[in-house]
Design a protein around this ligand. Structure first.
Ligand SMILES: Nc1ncnc2c1ncn2[C@@H]1O[C@H](COP(=O)(O)OP(=O)(O)OP(=O)(O)O)[C@@H](O)[C@H]1O
Ligand SMILES: [Mg+2]
Length: 473
């Protein structure tokens, strides 16, 4: 567990430089992190863009007054507690400020210790508010939370495995083809861990240009580079006490691989352009659809980083290996999507369903989900037949055989995919052997007529089954 509390962040909005400096020095001496703004407009845009625990606001400012800031902040639904500072202590402005949502007010000139008491009270409220928002969000998520659907041995193994490892702090590397549910699994792990009430922060390493990725991850200090007009916190700090989901980790540039490695090793980092070392308590879940082991061999991915990430490997099987789950998934998506779109749920003809079960699904569950959405929009509650399916479902070369032929069965004119078929038989038998032998590999190997090392070799290639049974031992 990484212990350390990320500092509270305070925004001071005051047009008088001497006051800004005074408050900044004083609050920093109390261990708070302070960002200042010289006018209401700048303050407001900082509140919109960045994350603060509280803000301190002067009422009398040229241009946009403190009351205007409060009004706009309320309109923008910024619910950061504020303490209002005013030299013109008419009860009226104070009342107006409180009506506009200010948490407290203090009159100039003030005693710094007295001022600090107001700041601390506002910080306490901010903490409670944050907790409250998270709880509400979590409740909402729980009810609307997507479930991992599937009765196949493969998916059931994934679910069992998630139950075992969710509530640990270990780093995970989720691998699997595109659309196999890597993000869904990462979220499920987070919401089933004791970090559930803290943030789940995703970051897609492939979607963000290389030169801004570093500041996205670690944040930056004001002036760190052209365009860095304010200090911003990065995803690591946002995810404090929660989980950081690093998607498409295989796309991370070498220079960032080094930096990430350091955070994983030392549990600390600096913001871009910063000198202050920041410690965070973050669980990392990484995901990739690339073969990282191969990338390591080819020298495009650091081996040391690979081992740091691959503490717990979890491989998600492609949909074509879980054919028996297809009808379940189809039904699940029909119910979900037709409810969301307020459409009559269509029925799928047996022939069409058989075709869906035989299809190779290069885009996995996401492709299936998209197909169902399309069918719902087009069918309007009718029966969907084989002919209604898009063109690619009529292409024989895109199909895999649904069942493997048993002894004596004839090879049909459509042909088969021998490798997939043999793979399926092998997986099935290995899983059964491991179950019968309660995960004891030498016994399982005996049941299969293999020697132990051969079985271990095979398990390494089929990492999911290996994980489940390793976790049992
Ligand atoms: N077993 C499952 N049960 C129900 N829904 C699933 C399942 N697997 C995936 N999905 C759904 O399929 C869609 C794609 O899943 P997700 O985004 O998690 O995949 P991914 O592996 O992250 O894909 P990519 O590599 O393309 O980013 C999501 O809407 C997800 O909820
Ligand atoms: Mg994804």
């Amino acid at each position: 567990m990484w212990q350390y509390k990320v500092m509270h962040r305070v925004l001071v909005i005051d047009d008088e430089e001497s006051i800004r400096e005074l408050l900044k020095d004083f609050l920093e001496s109390k261990g708070l992190e302070v960002v200042t703004a010289p006018d209401g407009r700048t303050g407001l845009s900082l509140l919109k863009e960045d994350k603060f625990d509280i803000f301190l606001l002067d009422i009398m400012m040229p241009g946009m007054s403190g009351l205007d800031v409060l009004r706009e902040a309320a309109a923008e639904k910024i619910d950061v507690p504020s303490v209002v500072i005013t030299a013109h202590a008419t009860v009226q402005t104070a009342v107006e400020a409180m009506k506009l949502g200010a948490f407290d007010y203090i009159t100039k000139p003030f005693n710094l210790e007295e001022f600090y008491i107001a700041v601390k009270r506002a910080l306490d409220v901010s903490k409670l508010q944050e907790e409250n928002i998270r709880l509400k969000r979590e409740l909402k998520r729980k009810f609307s939370s997507k479930k991992i659907i599937g009765n196949s041995v493969e998916i059931q193994n994934v679910i069992k495995f998630i139950e075992k490892i969710a509530d640990t702090d270990s780093t995970l590397l989720i691998t699997g083809e595109s659309g196999t549910g890597k993000e869904l699994v990462a979220k499920t792990i987070h919401y089933n861990s004791s970090r559930a009430r803290k943030p789940f922060v995703p970051l897609n390493c492939a979607a963000i240009p290389k030169d801004i990725l570093e500041s996205e991850l670690f944040g930056h200090e004001k002036g760190a580079f052209t365009g860095a007009v304010t200090t911003r916190i990065g995803r690591f700090e946002l995810a404090n006490n929660g989980t950081l989901f690093l998607d498409e980790i295989g796309e991370l540039a070498p220079s960032l691989q080094v930096k990430l490695l350091r955070v994983l090793q030392e549990r600390e980092f600096e913001r871009v352009g910063g000198i202050k070392t920041i410690k965070v308590d973050v669980r990392i879940i990484a995901a990739t659809n690339r073969d990282l082991e191969k990338a390591v061999e080819e020298g495009t991915f650091r081996e040391d980083l690979y081992y740091r990430l691959n503490v717990i490997p979890l491989h998600l099987p492609p949909l074509r290996k879980m054919k028996e789950d297809i009808p379940l998934l189809v039904e699940h998506f029909i119910t979900e999507i037709s409810k969301r779109k307020q459409k009559k749920p269509p029925k799928i003809s047996p022939e069409a369903m058989e075709c869906l079960m035989n299809y190779r699904w290069p885009g996995n569950v996401r492709e299936l989900e998209n197909l169902i959405e399309r069918l719902i929009i087009l069918s309007d509650g009718d029966v969907t037949t084989y002919e209604d399916l898009p063109e690619r479902f009529h292409d024989k070369s895109r199909m895999v055989p649904r069942t493997f032929p048993l002894k004596g069965e004839k090879l049909s004119a459509e042909g088969i995919d021998l490798n997939t078929m043999l793979d399926e038989i092998e997986n099935n038998m290995i899983v059964q052997a491991l179950e019968l032998s309660k995960g004891i590999k030498s016994k399982a190997a005996g049941l299969l007529g293999l020697n132990r090392t051969t079985l271990i070799e095979k398990l390494k290639k089929k990492s999911i089954d290996f994980n489940v049974h390793r976790a049992k031992q």
